[in-house]
Design a protein around this ligand. Structure first.
Ligand SMILES: [Zn+2]
Length: 376
């Protein structure tokens, strides 16, 4: 255990990297997938169950927590780790993305974003300084710069202006963060799908200097091909010796493609959200447990999976509890999905360390192409 925030690369294979981030709250093995604990909970999971799936770090949402129960209340109760009973590292987003997608009557200025809460209509203001203050009150281990993420498609001019605003906000975020040993501040590269803007954004962030660098503004509806197009060059614009975090990604094949392009960290609500809507992710692709074909099927979701849903329950049972809207349905499928995602990360880390990530990727795609097991 170290008192400092530190990233060490252990091996690379092509552009793919594996290593570890050390923090005072524990180690984060990379490439890492971060489950999302929006409102101080990964929905349907106990924190110890999330840890049992293999997650080293969780993500918390500034926008949700500042509105309810408020950052000041969480700080008074001992911080987010104690409040939600998660002793490991936590990364918090800046609220920038969610304020633009969820809040009512928002007004964007040089200063920040004024808005009304989507919960009770109360008025709030998020600025770089306020976002950093909230993340400090929460006790976040990895703090994100406050940025603006333009919805795509947008004109080059709009994307450029937005990126430049985000870079001014990145500097203000850095000044507001100050010196906090053991805690990290990540900058966020913007620039849409334009290489020149991505390069200008990376240069500006490196000039300011951060503990890690995120690739923002992707997974906002541009599609996998366009996203991979950006990832073909964007990670290499960021410092090799610092962690690279792709925000809001994604489906299993998005994650594999991002790791292949040099990404170290990712987060997404998909495995937990899908678990509550009857969708399971397996090595053979997506399974819809609602489907009538599972009603009499005594086999597990995935016979090779060691999660509680696959070890102790049949497809027929999972189908039944989903149809009956029993809470255990969301609990079991979320556990399975998070377990599958962490299994994927562990396999990729091992393959990169062995130097056969290419062969591993071929097998990953071949298994998915087979599709789900035949109905009985
Ligand atoms: Zn399972």
């Amino acid at each position: 255990m170290t008192a400092r925030f530190e990233f060490k690369l252990a091996a690379t294979d092509g552009r793919a990297r594996t290593g570890a981030i050390s923090t005072p709250r524990g180690q984060i093995r990379t490439p890492a997938f971060m489950p999302v604990g929006t409102a101080a909970t990964v929905k349907a999971m106990l924190p110890e169950s999330v840890a049992a799936t293999g997650a080293d770090i969780l993500l918390g949402n500034t926008y949700h927590l500042m509105l309810r129960p408020t950052a000041e209340r969480i700080a008074a109760l001992g911080g987010l780790h104690k409040f939600m009973n998660w002793p490991g590292p936590i990364l918090t987003d800046s609220g920038g993305f969610q304020v633009m997608s969820l809040a009512d009557l928002r007004k964007l200025t040089e200063e920040g974003v004024a808005f009304r809460s989507h919960i009770d209509g109360s008025r709030h203001m998020l600025t770089p300084e306020r976002s950093i203050e909230i993340q400090a009150l929460l006790g976040s281990d990895i703090v994100m710069c406050f940025d603006e993420c333009p919805a795509l498609p947008a004109t080059d001019k709009a994307v450029a202006e937005s990126m430049e605003l985000s870079m001014r906000w990145a500097r203000r975020s850095k000044e507001a963060f100050g010196e906090r040993p053991g805690h990290a501040l990540f900058g966020i590269q913007q620039g849409g799908v334009t290489r020149e803007l991505r390069g200008a954004s990376a240069d500006k962030l490196v000039e300011i200097g951060f503990d890690g660098y995120a690739i923002g503004g992707l997974a906002v509806g541009e599609g996998q091909e366009a996203m991979f197009g950006v990832l073909d060059y964007a990670p290499d614009m960021l410092p090799e010796g610092k962690p690279r975090y792709l925000m809001g990604v994604g489906k299993p094949d998005d994650i594999v493609g991002a790791v292949a392009r040099g990404v170290d960290m990712m987060d997404c609500v998909l495995p937990s959200r899908s678990g509550r809507t009857g969708q399971a992710w397996t090595r053979r692709g997506q399974v819809n447990i609602k489907n009538a074909r599972h009603a009499d099927d005594p086999r597990p979701l995935d016979e090779d999976c060691t999660c509680p849903a696959c070890r102790s329950y049949s497809r027929a049972y999972l189908h039944h509890v989903f149809r009956a809207q029993e809470m255990i349905s969301g609990m079991l499928l979320t556990w399975h999905n998070l377990h599958y995602y962490q299994q994927l990360m562990a396999e990729m880390r091992a393959a990169i360390a062995r130097g056969d990530f290419g062969a591993w990727q071929a097998q990953f795609h071949a298994q998915r192409a087979e599709g789900d097991i035949e109905p009985l």
